[in-house]
Design a protein around this ligand. Structure first.
Ligand code: NAD
Length: 443
């Protein structure tokens, strides 16, 4: 996502939710499942807080010669099942509680996907728009100098996140190697470019993995994928690869939507016969904006952005941003919809999920549906540690197996216990981590 747009959205969410504490929300989610699982008190105490937190100063000499001190964080929520894994965010409104919540959610995401990693998250309070490339490089090198002893391929493996990229990861990896006396350590970090230790298939991973899960879910619901229709919010990385593979499987995506950079609003693009990803990509600029006029000339109907959820389709795929389906708009969803599968993080509010579940709609939660990204990052780390790289087919084949398996474990528990899919996913994730802590003798 273009950084300016991303920042604007984050600011508006922060504004809307002043007083909202994501860590408190993550703890409440955890407490509810801990009650259902009857977890003992020490295990609850251990899991509802991070194992370790680091907060440190990063002094940088700016391009104009002045010194500026930035604040960096790393939170390691739990590493009972393996090294921590999670992004590094560059964000002007970063708070330790946001980082704590995101680290905890990473623990559950890795556990539900059954990869041997725990949850971590980190960041630096900064606005990269106001920093030159040189200053950003210094910030990355400064960040790793402060935390190098406490991260690493067998401890904690960072990755790109909000406003950080593969380039930032390479600066961090390079500085880490210097600190470690020249030890080649590509397994320190993921999200690297393919030529420097990245994994083939990472670009497609999140969208494709969502479709692997959707494919199995439709089988379970006895819906023929080739006769099914979907509407997607977004036309970025997740949305495009979701649309691509779902279409390859014979499904019809009738609508996608995007942020229009020029007009500072959102539009959705509708074609009853099905959108063509490649055709739309050709008329999408570097900001992710689809050209309205050209789309119309290609036979697309252009609607306001929120129209994406009002189409009479079988599947809704929010794959753009948080809080897209809320109590304010959930009633506009048509009765044709059988599945809402979350590509974005937190696109359905808990209250809206209650409404959807009551209507008999299957909601596949974000931390299962979009776990393909972290599973592929895990594959990247495995390949980097071996210094031996797999073909794209191998990566995607392994990804399909992992996601399919993760889906069925969750789906079967949900059916057996007659509970919603997100509760089953949390139960599996939390019990796996709790069991690992117990087996190690931590609680
Ligand atoms: P992206 O930046 O590539 O795409 C975001 C898309 O959303 C763009 O098409 C943008 O135009 C559109 N958009 C923004 N605001 C919109 C609005 N109000 N209405 C409609 N469309 C809007 O981002 P992405 O990588 O595709 O990620 C999308 C979501 O998925 C984010 O929540 C991200 O955190 C989550 N996610 C991504 C990955 C991954 O591997 N890319 C993994 C896990 C979760």
């Amino acid at each position: 996502m273009q950084v300016k747009q991303e920042l604007k959205q984050v600011k508006s969410i922060v504004k809307k939710e002043e007083g909202f504490n994501p860590f408190k929300m993550a703890q409440e989610q955890f407490d509810r499942i801990a009650d259902a699982l009857n977890l003992d008190e020490p295990t609850r105490e251990l899991l509802r807080n991070p194992l370790r937190e680091y907060s440190f100063a990063i002094p940088i000499r700016m391009d104009d010669g002045t010194m500026k001190v930035f604040r960096g964080f790393r939170v390691q929520h739990n590493d009972a099942r393996g090294p921590c894994k999670g992004g590094i965010r560059f964000h002007p409104q970063e708070t330790i509680d946001t980082v704590r919540a995101l680290a905890m959610w990473m623990t559950w995401k890795c556990a539900v996907a059954d990869i041997p990693l725990g949850g971590g998250k980190g960041g630096v309070i900064c606005d990269p728009h106001n920093l030159s490339e040189r200053e950003q490089e210094k910030l990355c090198r400064g960040w790793v100098r402060q935390i190098a002893r406490d991260i690493g391929p067998t401890r904690d493996v960072p990755a790109p996140d909000v406003m950080t990229s593969g380039q930032h990861m390479l600066w961090i990896m390079d500085e880490y190697q210097t600190i470690m006396g020249g030890q080649y350590s590509p397994g320190l970090i993921t999200g690297k470019p393919v030529d420097l230790g990245g994994s083939l298939g990472r670009t497609e991973a999140t969208g494709y993995a969502l479709v692997y899960i959707l494919r199995e879910c439709l089988k379970e619901l006895k819906i023929d994928i080739t006769k099914s229709t979907a509407s997607i919010q977004g036309f970025g990385n997740v949305a495009r690869y979701t649309a691509e593979l779902y279409t390859e499987y014979g499904g019809t995506v009738v609508s996608v939507s995007c942020w229009d950079q020029g007009e500072s609003t959102t539009y959705s693009y509708y074609k009853e016969k099905g959108i063509d990803v490649k055709e739309l990509e050709k008329i999408t600029d570097r900001f992710g904006t689809i050209d309205k006029k050209q789309a119309e000339s290609l036979g697309y109907k252009v609607y306001p952005g929120d129209e994406w959820l009002r189409h009479g389709v079988d599947i809704l795929i929010p794959a753009a941003l948080e809080h897209s389906i809320t109590v304010e708009n959930v009633d506009q969803i048509k009765s044709t919809v059988k599945v809402v599968i979350c590509g974005a993080n937190g696109p359905v509010t808990p209250e809206a999920e209650d409404v959807l579940v009551k209507k008999g709609i299957n909601v596949i939660p974000d931390f299962l549906a979009n776990a393909g990204g972290v599973v592929c990052s895990y594959f990247e780390q495995v390949q980097s540690n071996q210094n031996y790289y797999w073909t794209k087919e191998e990566v995607l084949g392994k990804l399909d197996n992992k996601m399919t398996d993760a889906f069925y474990k969750v789906w079967e528990l949900a059916k057996r216990k007659k509970i919603r899919v997100s509760d089953a996913a949390y139960m599996i994730a939390i019990s796996r981590v709790a069991d690992a802590c117990k087996m190690r003798g931590w609680v």
